[in-house]
Design a protein around this ligand. Structure first.
Ligand SMILES: CC(C)(COP(=O)(O)OP(=O)(O)OC[C@H]1O[C@@H](n2cnc3c(N)ncnc32)[C@H](O)[C@@H]1OP(=O)(O)O)[C@@H](O)C(=O)NCCC(=O)NCCS
Length: 154
């Protein structure tokens, strides 16, 4: 699980979302809704990173919603480290519809808009997917990378 490098000056255009779905940057009053959703599905560490995304202006997070505005996915950037993409996740029952890739590309575009030329996908675990979608390449020797020396609590 190493880190990947992405060229932000060479991003593909996102495919349209399936009908009824949309992406938005959440509002600060939606923080607890989003963070608790992330915690329930993806755990405490990703929830902590998502909380940090809500401390910024503009928030460094995008969410995917269905046609009833139910939360079905999220993606953060610039959280644990500057210039990093992640964490990201789509509710299991909505995977494989292209939603995760739209969240990914929108987040990478936001990193580009904020001045980065390259982004890093931290602790990937899905190298083939990121290579195929945004041309990400592994950073040699980046395992375990900066995510190490975790605090433990008895
Ligand atoms: C990764 C994730 C956000 C993708 O969301 P999604 O909406 O299903 O993504 P898309 O529909 O745009 O793309 C699906 C593609 O991603 C691939 N993919 C998803 N997770 C993958 C993984 N861990 N390794 C390799 N490929 C993966 C699927 O096989 C599929 O490939 P296909 O298009 O060739 O069939 C989603 O699978 C998820 O929430 N996974 C659990 C959390 C996670 O691993 N987050 C990323 C950590 S770096």
């Amino acid at each position: 699980m190493g880190d990947l490098l992405v060229k932000l000056y060479d991003l593909p255009k996102a495919e349209p979302l399936p009908s009824g779905f949309r992406i938005k940057r959440p509002l600060a009053p939606e923080k607890r809704t989003v963070v608790s959703w992330v915690e329930e599905r993806f755990g405490d560490r990703w929830a902590s990173e998502t909380e940090l995304a809500f401390s910024r202006h503009p928030l460094t997070c995008f969410v995917a919603l269905d046609d009833s505005s139910n939360l079905i996915g999220f993606a953060c950037y610039d959280t644990s480290f500057k210039g990093f993409f992640g964490p990201t996740g789509v509710d299991e029952s909505f995977r494989g519809k292209g939603i995760g890739t739209v969240l990914l590309i929108r987040s990478l575009e936001a990193l580009r808009e904020s001045g980065y030329a390259y982004a890093i996908i931290g602790y990937s675990g899905a190298d083939d997917y990121y290579g195929k979608t945004v041309g990400a390449i592994p950073i040699e020797g980046s395992e375990p990378g900066p995510y190490r020396d975790w605090i433990r609590r008895e």
